[in-house]
Design a protein around this ligand. Sequence first.
Ligand SMILES: [Zn+2]
Length: 261
Amino acid sequence: MKVCMENITVFDPVEEAKFAVENGFDGFELAIEYPSSTPVHIIARKKELVDVLSSGNLVRLAHVPTFVDISNFYDELREASVSVTLKAMDAAYAIEAEVVVVHPGFRFPLTPREVSFKNTVQSLSKLLGVAEEYGFTLGVENLPPGVLPGADYFSRVEEFKELVSQLDSKKLMFTLDIAHASIKPSDPPLSFIEELYGRIIHVHVSDNLGSRDDHLPLGVGRIDYKTPLETLRRKGYSGTVTLEVFTPEKDYLVASKRKIS
Ligand SMILES: [Zn+2]
């Protein structure tokens, strides 16, 4: 497996990429997000970023903005979210990312699941058109339950199966977030691996205490990250795994890398 680092978006993205190279990561997942890694910042720093990542021969991935909602029930907000995501995809293309991680949107309380789902499908279809043009793969990520009170969304295997049945594109793949899938009542990581293995293009891992998405260093929380990673290895997965360990004290990130390298 190729172990990747993700930038913390309050820091300078070029400095983050340098850290990844200097510390022997195999890849870099560029989170394109406010405040320091917006599409405008990334496009302005494109050459520096590409030069640094090339110097370490790092695999390049991108994560489009988390804090938008491509399934929103208001047409205007949903369209604005798609438009922000498309700008981030331009930035992902500028750094020659191979895989772009995208969230399916949020299901707000009172919104029927079918309405949210229909909106997600419609928005993803637009994003897939651009991904096909740019030649990269979209990795739709499973979300932690409870982001919004009482509403879990895209934390079940069935939702991904339904998505694939409605959007027939080879560029539509899946990012398994082991930490998200370890928060109940999500389907557990092993169910995702068992049922969707052929569609897994990328993996995220971090630790948590079991009730929310803490992004802790590996071993600090309570989740079993080892069994899912071993299962993936046994099945022949040799792709990318990003450590989403968000701590300004980066020795914890390096220690997490040692645990899975
Ligand atoms: Zn994500």
